[in-house]
Design a binder for this molecule. Structure first.
Ligand code: 6GU
Length: 250
């Protein structure tokens, strides 16, 4: 997969060199290009923003630097064989970024991120590229960040770990919270490792029983308990057929 990020803070994307995403890059599973938007400005002050039409607070990112940057990134990618680009526009007004969207994006070969600062990018930029390529406007949650760069890190990590061969073991995302399947939409319960006693705290006896059926039942009960406490909305949205008689006794 190829990723391009156009930003006025290229250093904000340095975490892309670390950990899972960094290793995926080093192994050639991810081809990442971070670009400084200001290299597509032509004035002495490298201006990327201006006052909003219609008035109001804050500044709006200008059309020309973004248009020139995106044309150049697209041309460069195509030249090197990249195909089927999609634009990812991080914005608090976007559609919610979910595991389902992460899975969908992980199946695309080329993602171009446009994290904005200030009050966002002139709308004509998004409209222009939406007429040419798929555009996904995404929000990572119901709060406001100072810019989209942190959202790029979030989306990139969620997507990269789904790429073939990036996680050590293919089963690693089978039980992810939000993954389809046996734990259908429930949050994961608690986990434990050695030592068996720490500061007088033991671990749930069932985990030492070696009884796989009882362990699976316990994990499901814990997942239900945690989901009910932290995300009752997820329980509401579950297919009632996903629950068995023992669930209903909880
Ligand atoms: Cl993607 N950008 C900004 N600036 N704020 C956000 C966001 C994105 N998602 C949630 N809040």
């Amino acid at each position: 997969m190829r990723l391009d990020v156009v930003t006025i803070f290229p250093e904000y994307l340095e975490p892309l060199n670390v950990s899972l995403v960094g290793k995926a890059r080093a192994r050639g599973q991810l081809n990442v290009h971070v670009h400084d938007l200001r290299s597509w400005t032509h004035d002495r002050h490298h201006t990327v923003d201006d006052t909003p039409y219609g008035g109001g607070p804050g500044m709006v990112m200008k059309t020309d630097p973004w248009g020139d940057a995106l044309d150049s990134v697209l041309a460069d990618g195509y030249e090197t064989g990249a195909r089927e680009p999609a634009l990812i526009v991080p914005t608090p007004s976007g559609r919610p970024f979910t595991q389902e969207l992460a899975v969908h994006l992980s199946e695309r070969p080329w993602l171009i991120f446009t994290p904005a600062r200030y009050e966002g990018i002139d709308r004509r930029v998004v409209d222009e590229y939406a007429a040419r390529i798929p555009v996904y406007e995404v929000s990572i949650g119901d709060y406001v960040l100072a810019g989209g760069e942190a959202a790029v890190l979030v989306v990139t990590e969620a997507v990269a770990r789904l790429l073939p061969g990036v996680l050590g073991n293919a089963e690693s995302h089978r039980d992810d919270s939000f993954a389809p399947g046996a734990m259908a939409g429930l949050l994961e319960g608690p986990v434990y490792t050695k030592p068996p006693v720490w500061r007088d705290r033991g671990i749930p006896e069932v985990l030492l029983s070696g009884h796989h059926g009882r362990i699976a039942r316990w994990r499901r009960d814990e997942a239900l308990r945690r989901t009910t406490a932290n995300r009752p909305d997820l329980i509401e949205r579950c297919d009632p057929r996903a629950f068995d008689k023992k669930d209903r006794e909880m």
